[in-house]
Every structure is written in structure tokens, then in C-alpha cells.
Ligand binder design. Structure first.
Ligand code: SF4
Length: 311
């Protein structure tokens, strides 16, 4: 794993030009002013949120929209306010609390991460990049986000929203490449202000713009605070010429089948027979149940199936 310190080419290019009249610093300042007045009121953004609260929010937000995360995040932090509390919980309770956030493997990873923090870091989320990256389930994005939003440290927070905003403003393209490249990360570092506080604001504001205005399908350029700096808009919003972007299907997929089985397990107070899970294709149902057991999300109890008691 390459750390941000390794792929950062040097000092931030705050005088780098977006186009003839504007610098990166102009865009960052405009975006920061917009964010100060328009940021959504999300509970993990309050000053009293602990680093653990930030880490939990980042894992929950990875594949779930913020509006669906607010309630489970609050309940989760009420129930397990520190990593040690989550580490000592029964995994079946953790998976039930994850509820319908989707991609429940994140809940298992979060519990493993909590165990490592409580055992190896005195129940405190570390602020060091390498220590964060060494935690189970913490990748480069999450480590950077925790450093920025929990500890106010300058880091390269590059999620799907920020990548899209930069692709448009800076690259003049509607979408970023499918996977991050070294060149993209180097260029993105140029956009991160030198000062810790400004850098954190930049990351939060760019992410917010991508989530609420500069969205993937229908960017609202007429309401965009940085429209005057946007290369893609300036070029007449040219059509995407990269690989076709196919919407993920859901009906009939293994993901839907796994979700159906997990719902049945979460709702049950005792182990359930797979035959009781309503799913037309028996082979697919058995295959999905086996994959849930393999992933540690379900456990055999004789011929029946239940949520696991521990990770
Ligand atoms: S002008 Fe449109 S495309 Fe450009 S950053 Fe703003 S919302 Fe995104």
C-alpha cells in the first residue's frame, strides 16, 4: 500500500492555474465560502463528534447516502460509544444494528477494526496514517478521511464525489477514469491547501459539492458556486467518451438474494430454515447462503442458519 506521504509530489501548487484567469486558490476560497453557508447539517460534522464517531460515519458512508446513514449512525454511537464497546458486542447484534445500510461486510470489518483499536491503541483511534492503514478494513480513502475530519490534518481525501468534481473543474471531463491513477492523485494533491484547516475545509466542501450539486447524472451547473471556474462547463459540457457507464442491476441478482437471506436472519429470534426464505431459485438461494457463511455473515446451526455470535 502506498501511503499519501509517498505519492505526494511535494508542496501544494496553490498558484496552479485552472485556466487563464483563475488559480486553484480562487476556487478553494469560493468553495469554502459556499460550504460555510450551505453545508448540510450532518451529525458527524459537529465539533463534539469523537474520532471513533468520524470513523464509523466514514465506513457507513462508503456505499450508502448520508440521508440513510444519519439514524443508524446515531443509534450505533449511543449503543457503542467507543471501539471497546463494539469489540465486546455479539456479532449478531452488530449485524442487526447495521440493518438495511447494505453491504453488511462493512459491519464485520468495523467490529474487527474496533477490536484492533481497543487492543492495540488503548481504545483510541490513531491519527497516524500508517497506523490507520494497518487497521482491519481501513483503506487509503478512509485513513485520509479520518485524518482530515477527525484530526484536522492535511490529507488527500479522494472519494467518488471529489474525483468527479476535479474531473469536471480541472480535467474538463464529465467523469473521472474508472480507477484512480498515480497521475490523478498527484494532480489532486495540488488542490489540497497547505494549511491543515483549509485543507480539511477543501475536502469537506468538494465532497459536499459532488454529493449535492455536481452529481453524477444531473449536475446543477446553474446553482454551482464554482461554475465560473469549471472547465467542463466552459467547454460546453462535452459528452462522455469513455467506457459506457452501466447502472447496476438489482432484481434477481445474488446481491438481492443475499439481502433477502440477511433480512430473514436479522428478523429471526432463533435459527431459520433456508426453505423459509422466499426466493424462487433454489440453487441461487443455496449458493448465496453458502457465500454468506463463507463471508462470516451467517453461521450453520445444524441444518439451520443464524447470524454469527462472533467475528
Ligand atoms: S459547473 Fe457543473 S459540472 Fe462544473 S463543478 Fe459546477 S456543477 Fe459540476
Amino acid at each position: 500500500m502506498t501511503t499519501d506521504a509517498q505519492d505526494h509530489p511535494g508542496s501544494a501548487g496553490v498558484t496552479h492555474r485552472v485556466h487563464d484567469e483563475a488559480t486553484i486558490a480562487d476556487v478553494a476560497a469560493t468553495l469554502a465560502a459556499w460550504f460555510a453557508g450551505c453545508a448540510r447539517d450532518l451529525p458527524w460534522r459537529t465539533p463534539e463528534t469523537t474520532p471513533w464517531g468520524v470513523l464509523v460515519s466514514e465506513i457507513m458512508l462508503q456505499q450508502t447516502p448520508a440521508t440513510r446513514v444519519v439514524t443508524p449512525w446515531r443509534e450505533w454511537l449511543d449503543r457503542w460509544p467507543t471501539p471497546r464497546d463494539l469489540a465486546s458486542a455479539e456479532t449478531s447484534d452488530v449485524l442487526r444494528a447495521w440493518g438495511s445500510l447494505g453491504y453488511p461486510r462493512r459491519a464485520l470489518r468495523l467490529q474487527r477494526c474496533a477490536t484492533a483499536i481497543s487492543q492495540e491503541h488503548g481504545n483510541q483511534v490513531p491519527n497516524d496514517e500508517e497506523a490507520l492503514l494497518a487497521l482491519p478494513g481501513i483503506g487509503r480513502y478512509t485513513a485520509a478521511a479520518v485524518r482530515a475530519f477527525a484530526f484536522g490534518r492535511r490529507s488527500l481525501v479522494l472519494d467518488v464525489n471529489i474525483r468527479r468534481v476535479l474531473a469536471r473543474i480541472d480535467g474538463g471531463r464529465e467523469h473521472p477514469a474508472r480507477s484512480e491513477t498515480v497521475a490523478e492523485r498527484r494532480r489532486a494533491w495540488d488542490w489540497v491547501p497547505e494549511d491543515d484547516r483549509d485543507a480539511t475545509t477543501w475536502s469537506a466542501a468538494a465532497m459536499e459539492l459532488g454529493a449535492t450539486v455536481c452529481t453524477a447524472r444531473n449536475p446543477r451547473c446553474g446553482e454551482c458556486p464554482v461554475a465560473q471556474y469549471c472547465t467542463w462547463l466552459r467547454n460546453g459540457r462535452p459528452e462522455w467518451e469513455g467506457p459506457a457507464r452501466v447502472a447496476q442491476t438489482w432484481e434477481g441478482t445474488d446481491r438481492q438474494c443475499r439481502g433477502r437471506i440477511m433480512s430473514a436472519l436479522r428478523a429471526a429470534t432463533s435459527p431459520v430454515a433456508l426453505a423459509d426464505v422466499v426466493w424462487a431459485d433454489h440453487d441461487q438461494r443455496s449458493r448465496c447462503a453458502a457465500s454468506l457463511v463463507e463471508d462470516g455473515l451467517a453461521a450453520h446451526v445444524g441444518p439451520l442458519l443464524a447470524l454469527p455470535k462472533s467475528v
